[in-house]
Ligand binder design. Structure first.
Ligand code: HEM
Length: 216
């Protein structure tokens, strides 16, 4: 579970970095960009065979992570048929550490909606001509999708679920691998907290920026 989790974390870094190209559209950078930088980067990712093969690995990683999480939950429950007499609540562990299954399920619902918004149209619809080049105009797709306030709220809620899921998952993965010892604990905890806040925050800014027309 730790290894598939870290693999998915590495995907998030690439995904957030590539998508952040949309911010090149901000007036402080190049307001005439019209999503060109992002479309080009996304086109490169979508048209490379190596990346397409890695995409199969990504979906397999997501499914494996879900199956592992489910199996772990079943195993944990089966080991203790009688509940604790006294619940330690937040003194024993944080609420989000005890709610990883729920947060993961919310993320799965988010992912189903998200893949239907972008990945399915981009893989099954034809290319469009954008300024003389043939692209999937994913930037324009984002402009359209993020005009709906309900969708924007669902995306922001998805990013909040991601933040809490990572807040536990990041350091838990390192602990499982034995890397959260006395020497590294402060480093892993601060790195994990920073990552869990910064990456979902960058993602959440994307639908918000389109909705308020800061870009697009
Ligand atoms: C909230 C801002 C986000 C935006 C604007 C966004 C945008 C996109 C776009 C445009 C694609 C299609 C790429 C293509 O078909 O070439 C995509 C694919 C995908 N996104 Fe996101 N994404 C966001 C957040 C997330 C988050 C938080 C996750 C995971 C928890 C995620 C997981 C995925 C997956 C699994 C795919 C399909 C695989 C792929 O195309 O590489 N996305 N996203």
């Amino acid at each position: 579970m730790a290894l598939t989790g870290l693999f998915l974390i590495s995907f998030l870094v690439v995904h957030a970095g590539l998508n952040a190209c949309i911010f090149n559209d901000l007036p402080v950078f190049d307001e005439n960009d019209n999503g060109d930088m992002f479309n080009r980067a996304a086109h490169f990712m979508g048209s490379s065979y190596v990346i397409r093969i890695m995409e199969i690995g990504l979906f397999a990683g997501i499914i494996l992570h879900i199956v592992q999480g489910f199996a772990l939950e079943v195993k944990n429950r089966s080991r203790r048929s009688v509940g604790y007499k006294v619940s330690l609540g937040n003194r024993g562990s944080k609420w989000y550490s005890r709610s990883m299954g729920l947060l993961g399920t919310l993320l799965l619902l988010f992912l189903i909606m998200h893949v239907a918004h972008f990945w399915i149209p981009s893989r099954f619809n034809g290319l469009e001509e954008v300024e003389g080049k043939n692209y999937h105009n994913l930037f324009q797709r984002m402009v359209e999708v993020f005009q709906n306030p309900v969708v924007v709220i669902l995306y922001v809620l998805g990013c909040i679920s991601l933040a809490y899921h990572l807040l536990h998952g990041f350091q838990s993965a390192f602990r499982t691998l034995g890397l959260q010892n006395k020497r590294y604990i402060a480093l892993v905890t601060s790195l994990g907290t920073a990552f869990s806040i910064i990456v979902p925050f960058i993602f959440a800014l994307m639908p918000i920026a389109f909705y308020f027309r800061w870009i697009g």
